[in-house]
Design a protein. Structure first.
Lengths: 842, 109
């Protein structure tokens, strides 16, 4: 069978990303041909700014080298501009006569810099800032000339100006508006930005309108149209580029010398960079009769009005919006690839964008709608002397916009909340002070990634320092947190440095970094469905085994991966207790071996000591086991019990049998410990019997598996010696009863538990705590601790379901007890799967 | 020269699971895929020596239990971007019996 033909026009960032996504899904569906007007393979256009600033070379920013095209059997036509599409015959024609037939055509022609239609725009030395060629022209000019004028005080203009200044030019930025970057910043932050850029030597002329560009000679320039609107101009072939000063020649007769403004003033200029905006490059599409309106009009599947023609990138108008940053274009690429691969399920629904200026030493971030209106409130922090400005715009309890200058460390956190539409009512008081204020002892000392030296460690788990991460982002062209995790391992273990890595991404790739939308994030690469959708289907369609789920929900891998299988195993067991069968091969080794694997492949054994109370008999047995099996280390854990470390796997069943104590589940996503204090039995302050309460809770819940581990503590009075304030469920005895707190966490990010309810009796504690935990079991995503779950749904919701609705509370508690009825102690001889522990030999 | 050693039956290895064989050349992990193919790798992750036999098997790969590197069962190579290789051993199955091919120690030395 002959393959279908896919032709792509425009070898840039959005187009090639689409091919990459397509190859991941369907490597063999198409014969692929690519036309690129530039002479280079796909490169990281956003890194042209660091190239101009002399921080990187062209060779560092190539994203897909020629070998990549070869390996993927892509026919590549570089330096060839497509000038005609024959939609009847389905053929495209390039300017040199090359033609290619297509079944599917992908337009990814990007945009052109807008060139102001003023007299003198075609003089030598007047250029836009878009590609390698422009960048080279600027570098060449900087070596030879003194005065540069950048027209346009937006993101691109400021990055150009900064680069030229670093190359020794005297740079003036001319801007027509009253303040810089008016589309991203408000007046206050823009002023602060201007002051810091002035300190770097840049000059600014605001509210100035260019009238004409003046050249050495009054003769009309020799060339025709430059690179303005008409993308089809055949003269735009790189080696004929009109703006490069010819080798060895001095100032030629028609080079720019000055720029004159409407108010009659004039300043000298040997180089003029126009950075006043971009225009989607729709000329080719329009000439083929494809409907365009500002950009090439596409629907939510990235299809144009001609169903065999797709379009992505800056050339596109989606729901009337055009985009000029790569993050949304990559989302488009993913959706487009999904349809080209005939999977047909993805939809592009538009994007919220954030911006970050890539000028080394300047911290600036903005996202969403930061101007606000009469429906919105704002929270503002303005420290002029300290150089910090922050503004948060809130509408109907949701954060909708943010601007930050000087301290942008919480940029990605705010951006995530804006994208997720998170309700911020509960954290409004703290919002301005950022995420670390909510507790993050992991990395308190090092909060601003931009200010860190390259040698500073970012990821404490994998020993990755800042320099390595930044280098990988730049050289390997990484754009997402997942990419960075894969390539550098940073933030791939405990995740406490995620915020720092996000900051590094944001400051290195600018607005190209977007956190993934939590609500629509697929479970893993094996499916497009979210955790919630999968759980819903398991429940509603009574799916009772992993193969059945994968088949019904059309998993795209034969048997999942190490990330989705454990989640699915938990979800089926939770949805259909006592019916669904456990699948040990879909459990992480600790849960399969019922012990914690150690770095040398041995295991640790922690028997249960209900409520932290033990006996001489138990201690003696533990001592005997340690002697008998030569166990190297015995340690009291942070959870009030004893850990035996360094047990050989094949000894585990024997150790359990000799201990004759219940499993402590220290290895499981399950109830761990119930920590207690001595309480009213002994303590002179105790008002409740916390020890017994703890023992009873632990006896009731000790075989309970959950989305993640669960820890409980019970203290006998508000002095709280059992540290109930940082547990998943914390109980504190008071004179008139018990206070119950939920969703605390003492680990990676310390979070204080929130007050749920106060009850009178011991049985009520069991019922409320049980109901809360069952709600968590039923609704949290696998690997979310209670703190993550409650953060997502809000404490109000928990109160409604568990406190206010008594019938629901009792039903939840009953479901939990039903599920626990059949759970077995995995250490009991009859329940041990012997084969797991036997070694073969030859 | 490979010598074939009878080590197990297919049934003795759980589908999407593994068994460990101790040998004079160190531990070797025997993996069984969902399609009942059997593969053998040195039971030592190229990253920091984690016991691959204890990992989760999916497709023709295993995820190391220590830091989650993915290792290809067919040739022992780490899946990109990680780089490294666990030694792979030949396996043959005859009438449900699994034979492991090993070069004798004398020849290795
Ligand atoms: C043994 C122990 C340390 C000790 O010697 O005291 C321990 C050991 C481990 N902890 Fe812990 N944690 C131990 C108490 C704690 C505590 C304190 C507590 O429970 O009171 C905390 C903070 C409280 C909390 O969880 O909120 C704690 C927070 C963590 C975390 C971070 C969890 C989080 O959500 O932030 C991890 C990582 C994880 O689970 O992903 C972790 C993970 C681990 C693992 C399982 C690492 C691993 O994946 O292999 C360690 C296993 C060692 C082993 O083989 O035994 N351990 N760990 C403690 C066992 C308590 C017990 O009796 O069961
Ligand atoms: C200096 C600079 C800095 C930037 N910084 C950032 C930043 O920090 N963050 C951010 O998110 N974005 C940034 N951007 C914007 C980002 O680079 C663009 O949004 C992105 O590259 C657009 O991708 P695209 O594929 O749509 O277009 P492009 O990458 O422009 O690719 C289009 C390609 O198509 C070719 N082409 C056009 N017509 C034809 C034809 N008829 N035949 C053949 N080929 C054709 C063009 O030559 C071009 O190579 C920056 C841009 C520049 C110029
Ligand atoms: S026991 Fe806990 S804190 Fe200690 S090294 Fe292991 S995971 Fe880290
Ligand atoms: S030892 Fe295998 S991933 Fe680290």
């Amino acid at each position: 069978m002959t393959k279908m033909k896919l032709v792509m026009v425009g070898n840039g960032m959005a187009g090639v990303r689409t091919l990459e996504e397509l190859i991941k899904l369907e490597p063999d569906l198409y014969d692929m041909t690519v036309f690129g007007a530039e002479p280079h393979p796909n490169y990281n256009r956003i890194m042209l700014s660091p190239v101009l600033a002399g921080e990187q070379g062209i060779q560092d920013i190539i994203l897909n080298d020629l070998e990549w095209y070869q390996q993927n059997n892509i026919t590549l036509h570089l330096n060839k501009k497509v000038v005609r599409i024959d939609r009847n015959k389905k053929i495209v024609y390039a300017d040199d006569g090359t033609e290619a037939e297509y079944d599917r055509l992908l337009l990814a022609t990007g945009s052109n810099p807008f060139i102001l239609p003023v007299p003198g725009k075609d003089l030598e030395g007047v250029i836009g800032y878009r590609d390698i060629q422009d960048t080279n022209a600027m570098i060449a000019a900087a070596a030879k000339y003194k005065h540069a004028v950048v027209i346009g005080g937006g993101l691109l203009g400021l990055e150009a100006a900064n680069g030229l200044a670093l190359r020794g030019m005297d740079v003036t930025v001319v801007h027509i508006m009253p303040w810089l970057m008016e589309r991203q910043l408000d007046l206050n932050s823009a002023k602060m930005l201007q002051t810091s850029l002035e300190a770097k030597g840049l000059k600014f002329l605001l509210e100035k309108q260019t009238e004409r560009i003046v050249g050495t000679s009054t003769l009309p320039p020799l060339q025709g149209e430059g690179r303005g609107g008409d993308g089809l101009n055949g003269a735009d072939i790189p080696h004929l580029h009109p703006n490069l000063p010819p080798e060895g020649e001095g100032a030629s007769s028609n080079r720019v010398t000055a720029i004159r403004f409407k108010d009659g003033t004039e300043i000298p200029a040997d180089l003029v960079v126009m950075a006043v905006g971009i225009r989607p490059n729709t000329a080719l599409a329009e000439s083929a009769g494809i409907h365009c309106n500002r950009g090439i009009v596409v629907n939510d599947t990235m299809q144009t009005f001609d169903p065999s023609i797709y379009a992505v990138g800056e050339c596109v108008a989606h729901r009337g919006v055009t985009y000029g940053l790569v993050a949304p274009l990559f989302e488009q690429a993913k959706v487009c690839a999904n349809h080209l691969a005939r999977m047909g399920i993805a939809r592009y629904q538009g994007s919220v964008m954030s911006t970050k200026l890539k000028v080394t030493g300047i911290d600036l971030f903005s996202a969403g709608d930061f101007t606000g209106n009469d429906q919105t409130d704002q929270i503002v922090l303005h420290d002029v002397a300290g150089g910090i400005y922050k503004k948060l715009v809130i509408q109907a309890d949701k954060l909708i916009g943010a601007v930050m200058y000087g301290d942008t460390k919480d940029g990605s956190w705010y951006f995530q909340m804006i994208r997720d539409g998170k309700n911020v009512a509960e954290i409004r008081d703290h919002l301005m002070f950022g995420q670390s204020h909510l507790g993050d002892i992991g990395h308190q000392g090092q909060s601003s990634a931009a200010a860190m030296p390259d040698t500073m460690e970012v990821c404490g788990c994998n020993g990755v320092c800042k320099g390595v991460i930044v280098k990988a982002i730049k050289e390997k062209g990484l754009f997402t947190l997942e990419d960075v995790r894969k390539h550098t391992k940073a933030s791939s273990s405990c995740g406490s440095c995620t915020g720092l890595v996000e900051q590094l991404l944001a400051s290195t790739v600018g607005g190209a970094y977007t956190p993934t939308l939590n609500a629509t994030k697929p479970m893993c690469g094996c499916t497009e469905l979210t955790h919630e959708q999968v759980r819903q289907a398991i429940f509603a369609q009574t799916l009772i085994s992993i193969p059945q789920i994968m088949q019904t929900l059309e998993w795209n891998t034969p048997n999942g991966c190490a990330s989705c299988r454990p989640a699915l195993n938990y979800y089926v067991l939770c949805a259909h207790p006592r019916i669904a069968q456990d699948d040990p091969q879909s459990r992480f080794i600790n849960e399969r071996a019922h012990a914690n694997i150690q770095k040398d492949g041995t295991y640790s054994v922690i028997p249960r000591m209900f409520g932290g109370v033990t006996t001489a008999k138990d201690l003696r047995r533990i001592a005997d086991v340690v002697d008998k099996y030569n166990i190297p280390t015995v340690k009291v854990t942070g959870g009030q019990r004893i850990d035996l470390l360094g047990v050989k796997k094949e000894d585990l069943p024997k150790v359990w049998a000799d201990l004759d104590m219940p499993s402590g589940h220290a290895y499981a996503k399950a109830l761990r410990t119930v920590k207690t204090c001595v309480g009213s039995e002994w303590c002179r302050f105790g008002v409740q019997d916390s020890t017994q309460m703890g023992i009873d809770l632990e006896r009731a819940l000790w075989k309970m598996y959950a989305p993640h581990k669960v820890k409980i503590a019970v203290s006998g009075c508000p002095r709280n010696c059992a540290e109930s304030g940082i547990k998943d469920v914390g109980v504190i005895g008071v004179d008139s009863g018990w206070e119950i707190y939920v969703a605390g966490n003492g680990g990676i990010k310390t979070v204080v538990a929130q007050f749920l309810v106060k009850v009178k009796t011991h049985d009520e504690v069991l019922e409320y705590a049980g109901a809360f935990l069952q709600l968590y079991r039923e609704e949290a995503r696998y690997l979310d601790r209670t703190v993550h779950y409650v953060e997502r749904v809000g404490l109000e919701y928990i109160k409604q379901r568990v406190v206010e609705d008594a019938a629901n509370r009792k039903a939840l508690h009953a479901r939990l007890l039903y599920a626990l009825q059949d759970e077995k102690d995995p250490w009991k001889k009859d329940n041990v799967r012997a084969r797991e522990f036997e070694i073969l030999s030859i | 020269m490979n010598t074939w050693h009878k080590v197990s039956t297919v049934d003795e290895i759980p589908p999407l699971g593994a068994r460990v064989v101790t040998t004079a050349q160190g531990d070797i992990a025997l993996f069984r895929t969902a399609d009942n193919e059997i593969f053998a790798l040195r039971d030592k992750c190229p990253h920091k020596g984690g016991p691959l036999s204890q990992g989760i098997v999916f497709g023709k790969k295993v995820a190391c239990p220590l830091h989650n590197w993915n290792i290809s069962l067919e040739d022992g190579n780490a899946v990109a971007p990680d780089v490294g290789c666990a030694r792979a051993y030949p396996v043959k199955i005859e009438e449900g019996v699994v034979y492991l091919g090993m070069v004798e120690m004398a020849e290795v030395n």
